[in-house]
Ligand binder design. Structure first.
Ligand code: IMP
Ligand code: MG
Length: 179
């Protein structure tokens, strides 16, 4: 498989991702049963694969919009976030579900929450595929796919310098590549 020699180990296998995405979609569908519709906001680029899989399993009315953000600094998290491409529609009075690929420092998801809370939505929740376990971090994410160790991961949308996003599993990048 392309790029697989750059992965030192598989952290979450394809089958585990698949069943967890189904569980998340079921839970989200139950939690939003009473609302008219959900506005799913997919954060590009990392969340595109997760979004495609998750939304196709939702059993509730929903629409999907996209926002592209970038953090300053290439592959590591540097703290500052910038909107590269904003949503097409207003989120006013919508029930917003933000879909993100990963929480590392928590800066990006924290920034997004502040931005969205300021646009008068009916509600905002967050759904993240993987959250890194970092000491002392208390990040409130509503739906979490997996907790993983604090290593650089690729695959299932996650990249290293824009590569390896389309690996079907979540794998740890070889440490000699990123350290
Ligand atoms: P934050 O530190 O939580 O703000 O994460 C910022 C962004 O860094 C995430 O949205 C990802 O795009 C990227 N990122 C952080 N850790 C990883 C990783 O292990 N693999 C791939 N991308 C990552
Ligand atoms: Mg990202």
């Amino acid at each position: 498989m392309i790029g697989a020699d750059e992965v030192s180990r598989v952290l979450v296998a394809k089958e585990s991702i698949d069943s967890r995405v189904t569980e998340l979609a079921d839970q989200i569908s139950r939690d939003y049963q009473e609302v008219e519709r959900v506005l799913v906001v997919s954060i590009l680029r990392g969340a595109f694969i997760f979004t495609a899989d998750l939304t196709r399993r939702l059993a509730i009315p929903h629409i999907v919009d996209f926002m592209a953000v970038t953090s300053y600094g290439k592959s590591t998290s540097s703290g500052e976030v910038r909107i590269v491409s904003d949503l097409r529609e207003s989120i006013e009075d919508e029930h917003v579900l933000i879909i993100e690929d990963i929480v590392d420092s928590g800066n990006t998801i924290g920034y997004l929450r502040r931005i969205f809370d300021g646009r008068n939505p009916a509600s905002v929740k967050t759904c993240v595929m993987v959250v890194k376990q970092r000491p002392g971090m208390d990040m409130s994410v509503d739906y979490v796919g997996f907790e993983i160790p604090d290593v650089w991961v690729v695959g299932y949308g996650l990249d290293y310098e824009d590569r390896l996003r389309t690996l079907p599993y979540i794998g740890e990048l070889r440490q000699d590549i990123y350290k």
